[in-house]
Design a binder for this molecule. Sequence first.
Ligand code: ADP
Ligand code: ZN
Length: 788
Amino acid sequence: MIARIAIDGAASGRLFDYAVPEELAGGCAVGSRVRVHFGRRAVLGYVVELAGESDYLAARQGDDSSTPDSDGLLLDIAPDMPKPSLKPIEAVDGDGPVILPPLMRLARWMAQYYMAPVERCIQALLPAPVRSGRSREMVRLYVEAVPEEPDAVPSETPDNGRDDAQFSQLAVPAAPPKLTKRQAELVADIRRVGGGWLQQVVSEFKCTAETLRRLQKLGAVTIEERQRRRDPFANRRVLPSKPLPLNDDQARALRTVLDGVVQEDDPASPPPKPLLLFGVTGSGKTEVYLQAIAAVLERGKGAIVLVPEIALTPQTVQRFASRFGDRIAVLHSALGDGERFDEWQRIRSGKARVVVGPRSAVFAPVENLGLIVVDEEHEPSYKQDESPRYNARDVAVMRAHIEHCAIVLGSATPALESWRNAKTGKYAVARLARRAAEDAVMPLVHIVDMRRETAESGQPRLFSKALLDAIRQRLDRGEQTLLFLNRRGYSTSLVCPSCGYVATCGACDVAYTYHRHDDCLRCHICGDWRRVAARCPECGDPQYKCLGTGTQRIEQIVSTCFPRARIARMDADSTSRKMSHDDILSAFKSGKTDILIGTQMIAKGLHFPNVTLVGIVMADSSLHIPDFRAGERTFQLLAQVAGRTGRGAIAGEVYVQTYTPEHPAVQMARTENFEGFADGELEIRRELNYPPFCHLTCLTLSGPDESAVAALLERIAEAVRGGADASVIVSEVVPASLPKANNQCRYQLLLRAPATSRILPPLSAALAANHVPDAMRLSVDVDALSLF
Ligand code: ADP
Ligand code: ZN
């Protein structure tokens, strides 16, 4: 028997044949992790396929070229081998395959569809701590100062409010140590905070691990291996919740989901159709998911729920945890390596049967999968922005197909791709047209024409009188306001009000972003920064700096207008400092804040019963980006934000300030009229032949030498034109919307076709014939969502 192996950490896109020794044959299966020699190196690899004989060796009888197998992967044998014999597998790791067979199939499909090396796709299946295979990751080192009394013994249960810890003592000191001043200070600091994980101590007190080891030798601190039960819910009390009685729409939707779940048990029937759950914000989609999952668990099956990372708030997690208790595993980016490892093990061992997480959770090793839910399926954050550039929603549809299981895509504003699939009958549809909570009503939406405001006040303003009045009213009544700036990018650059000068990063050709908290300009591409001049460098106007930026500027204006209001701001800048995301939101939820100002971060999946006013300060700022999806994104954002109000007993009001009140994305979002918007938008897309009427692949080539980059991409375009059938549209090679980054020039080529399968063969051939030199980088983005 031979095994086809993908080498861990490589990106060659090749599988290599190895012999499976007799004594390992029993434990070696598809998905097993194995140790092999590759050249002279000992490496880890994954068994992708088992076969009776090596195609490579068979093909080697005559010629010497690699043969593509059925999946288009190149087969080869490990280098350095006297042909025609194969190197053996040396050992098989652990018991049982690390990768479940359907997931291995999924990885191979991704490799082919997204034109990504198969090794990368396998890598994407496994969280880093699992892939590294080191159980040492599970153990952390805990540092504590030795008690001050010389003869005291360190406490056996040094509990800092942390969970049930087991630990083994490594060093117990005897005599009072002699320390330098600096060392003594450090020990005092550690004592003051009651000790901490080694990594924390190192970063908190700006010392090194060596210093701590020295202190350990001196007997001033203890460093112990301590294994804690790393439970993301350890500090949260979750009260169980009961299923709500469903309204008619919800009951119908649930029945449709469960029809699919029943159908999946019948191997003779086709896999269930994906179901688009199209329900306005607050219509009770989540309750449908919860009850569908409960039914799936009852049948002994598991479920995966994908949510956008941004919506993975304690509120969301709590709703699932309160229904399913410790049967759920939560995967999110804030988990440490150890926690991630533990959660993965709980899923793999079957202890956790419901997985909630962002895009990578689509690869969770749930066996006997009964249902996948993709909430907010239109979210661009489901797309991975590095190789493999997969869209988790589409991968989820493929996984459901492979596993013959039901899948629900939920949204109030479906992606036009999904909407079209529903219209053509590829997907089934269930609708929830009304808000579910008895007393909830749709908000009253006012569109404020800012052109008129400007004309009346004689100068452009950020706030209309109507919106300011509405805020004042809320403050008087003790109700809350959300102020929303459409995307962080707006006006974060400093523009001189007199001459229009904009400070720009020379290496990247983009405007610097102004950061008020440290008063400097930063390039968000390369990280370069500089201090802000007090006056405009061009004309000397001292007003230069006073204008400030997007959310910060709004905060300033609001606090000037309403000096007694309690105001908080939440955007990517504010949340990386002092107060976390969660802190800001809980303060708002508990009524400690009157006005919350934010970017799209506050637009998703949150429940604020006392919010009765939402102001969208600049509704147009996402309309004017060079992307054919600008209208769709604007509609989605406006509808989502409007959906934040009126969730409690009080009717909500929304003010949309805009310079283009007639734009359909603005008009239709007013009444959450998705269908009206989609109909118009689809007409335009059809006419221009954009997705969803075609599949689009975006090639970006970058390198230091502009003309070389343009010339090579030109040759690739020419080769694709030559090899493709008439249905493939090859655009002109153009500078990318971000033409320069990190001193690299970037060019772009768009390929469109009715199906990606028409694009990939001529593209592979074109790339094989036109080698990309080491100085350049090519990214191939299949089903690209962003053209930047
Ligand atoms: P969506 O996920 O569609 O935005 P949610 O599931 O968050 O909607 O529901 C919105 C609100 O309606 C929640 O407060 C939820 O508890 C409530 N709700 C959902 N279903 C029902 C129901 N059948 N009866 C009463 N309230 C419901
Ligand atoms: Zn830069």
